[in-house]
Design a protein around this ligand. Structure first.
Ligand code: FUB
Length: 369
C-alpha cells in the first residue's frame, strides 16, 4: 500500500526525518528513536538538586554513601569520545539504610584542587581502610591522557585531600575498588573509546591508537584491568593485570560480540564465594555479568544483568543491605539529555543457581538499540 502524504508540511517532515536518519549511523539513529520513546520509569531519581551519574554505593558508618559523577551542562559536542561529559567536581550522596534522609553533601573534591588534573572528573569509587576514606577518580592530565587519582579523608563524605600525583602506572577510567573477605583490596578499571583503554594495549600509551576498538572484529576484545592495592591504599602493589572475559567454552569474548564484550564500568561483588564482575557493553547499552572463583579471573560470561536505560550510558554498582541486594544505576529522566543523568536504585536477587535475571528499570516491552 503506498504511503499517502496529505500536505506539503507532512512531506517536508517526512523528507527531513528520512534525511536525518540516512545521515546518521545505525547506532545514532537507534539512539534517536530511544530518546523519542516515552519511558514509564519504575524508580524515582534519588536527588534532583544536581545531576548525578555512575553511582558507586557503599555502607560506611551505618549509612549508605554513593560516590557519583556530578554531571553539568557542557559546551562539548556529543561524540564517541565522551566530549560532552565535562565534569569538574564530586559531591557525595548519602542516605539512611532504609533510604530516608537523602543528603547531597558539599563539594568533596574539585578539579581545581588537583595539580595534575585538567578536566573530566568521570566515574569515581571509594573505600575505607586504616581509619581513612579513599576516593578513586579518573581525570585527564595536561596531555589529554586519562589517569587515576586517589584522595584521602577522615570522613566518608569528604572533603578529600588529593595525592599530588596520579597513581603510578595508572591509566583509563572507571576505577572500582573491591575489598575481599581477607582484607585485600583490588582496583578494577578501564573503558574503551573515550576512556582510552584501546591506546594501552601494548603496555604504554599510543596516542595513535584508534578511537574505537573495531579494527579487528574477530580478535579478542579489549579486556578490563585490575591490580591489588598497597596496604596504604595509595598505589598498585603489583603489575596491572588484564582480566579475561571468556565464554562457556573458554574462548575469549570477541571484539565483534557487541552484546557481550567489555566497554567500561567494571564492578565486582562476591556472592556465596563467587566473584561477579558486571560491566557496561557501551554501544549496546547493557550491563553484562561474568563470574569467577578468583578475583583475577578469568571471568565466564553469564548474561545480561541490566537492560538499557534512557540515555547512552549504562553504569551501575551493587550493594547488600541486611539481606537484600540493591542495584544502583542512572538514567536521564530529569533532563532527557545523555550528559545530564540522575542516579536511581532498585532491588535484585540471585537465583538458586547463582544466576541473575536481567533487571528492567522501566515498564513496557524491552528495546534494544
Ligand atoms: O560519566 C562519564 C562516563 O560515562 C563514565 O566514566 C562512564 O562509565 C560512562 O557512564
Amino acid at each position: 500500500m503506498p504511503i499517502k502524504i496529505h500536505s506539503l508540511k507532512a512531506l517536508f517532515s517526512f523528507i527531513s526525518v528520512f534525511f536525518l536518519f540516512s545521515c546518521m549511523n545505525n547506532s545514532e539513529a537507534q539512539l534517536q528513536e530511544v530518546k523519542n520513546l516515552n519511558f514509564d520509569f519504575k524508580n524515582m531519581p534519588l536527588v534532583s538538586e544536581i545531576f548525578t551519574a555512575d553511582p558507586s554505593a557503599h555502607i560506611f558508618e551505618n549509612r549508605i554513601y554513593i560516590y557519583a559523577s556530578h554531571d553539568i551542562e557542557s559546551a562539548g559536542i556529543e561524540d564517541d569520545s565522551g566530549n560532552h561529559f565535562n565534569m569538574i567536581d564530586y559531591h557525595v550522596l548519602s542516605m539512611n539504610l532504609d533510604g530516608s534522609d537523602v543528603t547531597v553533601h558539599p563539594v568533596a573534591l574539585s578539579v581545581d584542587d588537583v595539580d595534575w588534573a585538567e578536566s573530566k572528573f568521570w566515574a569515581p569509587d571509594a573505600a575505607f581502610k586504616n581509619g581513612k576514606y579513599y576516593l578513586y577518580y579518573p581525570a585527564k592530565d595536561k596531555y589529554n591522557v586519562f589517569k587515576l587519582g586517589v584522595a584521602v579523608s577522615d570522613r566518608p563524605e569528604g572533603p578529600f585531600t588529593p595525592q599530588p600525583e596520579p597513581m603510578k602506572g595508572s591509566y583509563s577510567i572507571d576505577p572500582a575498588v573491591f575489598v575481599d573477605d581477607d582484607g585485600s583490596s583490588y582496583l578494577y578499571f578501564g573503558g574503551i573509546w573515550g576512556g582510552q583503554l584501546q591506546r594501552w594495549e601494548n603496555g604504554s600509551y599510543d596516542k595513535n591508537g584508534s578511537l574505537k576498538d573495531l579494527g579487528v572484529p574477530d580478535a579478542p576484545s579489549i579486556m578490563p584491568r585490575m591490580a591489588k592495592l598497597s596496604d596504604d591504599m595509595l598505589e598498585f602493589s603489583e603489575e596491572i593485570q588484564t582480566i579475561d572475559i571468556i565464554d562457556e567454552d573458554g574462548n575469549p569474548i570477541l571484539t565483534k560480540d557487541l552484546e557481550r564484550r567489555f566497554f567500561e564500568a567494571p564492578w565486582i561483588h562476591k556472592y556465596e564465594g563467587v566473584y561477579y564482575m558486571s560491566y557496561s557493553t557501551g554501544d549496546t547499552h547493557l550491563i553484562a555479568y561474568a563470574t569467577s572463583d578468583n578475583p583475577y579471573g578469568p571471568f565466564v560470561y553469564q548474561g545480561t544483568m541490566h537492560e538499557p536505560v534512557q540515555g547512552w550510558t549504562n553504569h551501575h554498582s551493587t550493594l547488600k543491605v541486611a539481606d537484600q541486594w540493591y542495584f544502583f544505576y542512572h538514567d536521564t529522566e530529569l533532563s532527557g539529555k545523555t550528559h545530564l543523568r540522575n542516579v536511581k536504585f532498585t532491588t535484585f536477587d540471585h537465583n538458586n543457581d547463582g544466576s541473575i535475571d536481567p533487571i528492567k528499570t522501566y515498564f513496557g516491552s524491552d528495546f534494544r538499540f
